[in-house]
Design a protein around this ligand. Structure first.
Ligand code: NAD
Ligand code: TDX
Length: 332
């Protein structure tokens, strides 16, 4: 089948394309990506010549271009990653988040209604549920947890999720949604916590920890997320939401200390800076439904995944150096 992947030049989308081309030799992938600051064609260089892969540079908000692409390719499945994805940027400039994450999703849904698909899969996030109290480690996000987003980013993702479910109800569009916890691994843009700390550490630059560093995130190795999406598009039930996560909660400060120690750098690089506005305290996913219905479970432990990730950044300077040079690597 032909699978249209949006946002495939970004972090998770590119890892998904690599995984799918390898795991499903019978499928073709068409990637549409605007190549914003977060999208990088060099990420896809290893697959650009693959006969089962096509890359198209386009904005998902460009209705005419997107409709033309659907007409040409007639994709059976759409896996929608394209988004503005960085919470800090959404606090500084929310406009692009509303445009891409909500309006862009609407354009894709309209194209799906018009041309027909067998599945539209929305790649969403645990952040749509808001946060959990750190003093209640017995509480987790389930698929029934009410939406209560905290940032313009998460509100725009929640808006997109609601649109997806509305198209399911109104137009009977076959849809699924996954809500995953924080991902880490190769090709993550060096503005996100883990790559930023690795790269700043390598440069002996300060490691900016927001506030006390006690905020908790639930980390998943990116390949495990990709495998979950693959299961959902093949075996997930129409109209269903699946939470994806591996019960791997860590405080930010503990992650940063672990990276410092792996790199053999002094702890004195760790610098507490002003907290993020509205900073969510704790995310924690209950992935029981994905396990029960899809047989999905994470395969990479955090210890193995973080080692692989640090090794990857050490071995792939040519990928991140140009991106890092243009990013906000200094302490705020
Ligand atoms: P990313 O920022 O690394 O990549 C986003 C990609 O989308 C980039 O290649 C960018 O060029 C492209 N894009 C942005 N605007 C576009 C537009 N208007 N038209 C076409 N392409 C556009 O993001 P990521 O971390 O890979 O996240 C991918 C998806 O997964 C997002 O929808 C995000 O909300 C979701 N998600 C991310 C995480 C995480 O930890 N990174 C966790 C859960 C869910
Ligand atoms: O320099 C930093 N210092 C710091 O303390 C950065 C960049 C982050 N942080 C903190 C903020 C968060 O508590 O680390 C935590 C992780 O921050 P990010 O990497 O920005 O991720 P987060 O805000 O948790 O959102 C991520 O996971 C959910 C992705 O960026 C989203 O796209 C996804 O939906």
């Amino acid at each position: 089948m032909t699978i249209l992947v949006t946002g495939g030049a970004g972090f998770i989308g590119s890892n998904f394309i690599f995984y799918m081309l390898n795991a499903h030799p019978e499928d073709r992938i068409v990637c549409v990506d605007k190549l914003t600051y977060a999208g990088n064609l060099s990420t896809l260089s290893s697959v650009m010549k693959n006969e089962r892969f096509r890359f198209e540079q386009a904005d998902i908000c460009d209705r005419a271009r997107i409709f033309r692409l659907f007409e040409e390719e007639k994709p059976e499945v759409v896996v929608h990653f394209a988004a503005e994805s960085h919470v800090d940027r959404s606090i500084e400039e929310p406009g692009a988040f509303l445009q891409t994450n909500i309006v862009g999703t609407g354009v894709l849904l309209d194209a799906c209604v018009r041309y027909g698909i067998t599945r539209f899969h929305q790649v969403s996030t645990d952040e749509v549920y808001g946060d959990l109290p750190p003093e209640r480690p017995d509480l987790f996000f389930t698929e029934e947890t009410p939406l209560k987003p905290s940032s313009p980013y998460s509100a725009s993702k929640a808006g997109a999720d609601l649109l997806v479910m509305a198209y399911h109800r109104t137009f009977k569009l076959p849809v699924t949604i996954s809500r995953c916890s924080n991902n880490y691994g190769p090709f993550q843009y060096p503005e996100k916590l883990i790559p930023l700390m690795i790269i700043n550490g390598l440069h002996d630059r300060p490691l900016p920890v927001y506030g006390t560093g006690e905020n908790i995130r639930d980390w998943l190795y990116v390949k495990d997320h990709c495998k979950a999406i693959d299961r959902i598009i093949r075996h997930g039930r129409d109209g269903e939401i699946y939470n994806i996560g591996g019960h791997n909660e860590k405080r930010n400060i503990d992650i940063v200390e672990m990276i410092v120690s792996e790199l053999g750098k002094p702890k004195s690089l760790i610098t507490h800076v002003e907290d993020r506005k509205g900073h969510d305290l704790r995310y924690a996913i209950d992935p029981a439904k994905a396990k029960r219905e899809l047989g999905w479970e994470p395969e990479t432990s955090f210890e193995a995944g973080i080692q692989k990730t640090i090794r990857w950044y050490l071995d792939n300077r040519a990928w991140w150096e140009p991106l890092y040079a243009g990013s906000k690597q200094d302490v705020k």
